[in-house]
Ligand binder design. Structure first.
Ligand code: ADP
Ligand code: MG
Length: 110
């Protein structure tokens, strides 16, 4: 199993952003997640990457259960290309700087 979300919810204050999500991605599958702006697509991917922790439910990625795995190690095996990553970067940085910075982070983790 590549991704498994079981009964995943994510609540902020009184607002339920993700409600009872059950999703399985098996090896070789390609998924397209379609939804209105603000419907929770990016939030769901943030859960899969361990950037946010679900309020309820269980997450497994590459057969590793969140809570039992070192997410820093697991993230080395997850690729994410998206305009939403822009929020995590400083606007003035060049592509070269971003690559060098992240390369350094990976080396420090090893
Ligand atoms: N950290 C947060 N705190 C509170 N609400 C959030 C947070 N992040 C996202 N949201 C809200 O969650 C909803 C889903 O957002 P998002 O996952 O970005 O949607 P999508 O990617 O489908 O456009 C939106 O209403 C957004 O305002
Ligand atoms: Mg989004």
């Amino acid at each position: 199993m590549i991704i498994s979300l079981k009964n995943v919810s994510w609540q902020r204050d009184t607002t339920m952003i993700l409600r009872d999500i059950n999703w399985e991605v098996k090896q070789g599958q390609h998924w397209c997640i379609v939804g209105l702006n603000g419907s929770g697509k990016t939030t769901m991917l943030n859960v899969v990457n361990g950037y946010i922790w679900p309020t309820t439910g269980q997450v497994e990625v590459l057969d590793h259960r969140f809570g039992d795995v070192d997410l820093r190690e697991l993230r080395k095996r997850i690729g994410w290309v998206s305009t939403s990553l822009q929020q995590k970067l400083y606007g003035h940085q060049t592509a070269l700087t971003i690559v060098i910075r992240n390369y350094r982070f990976i080396r420090q983790d090893e």
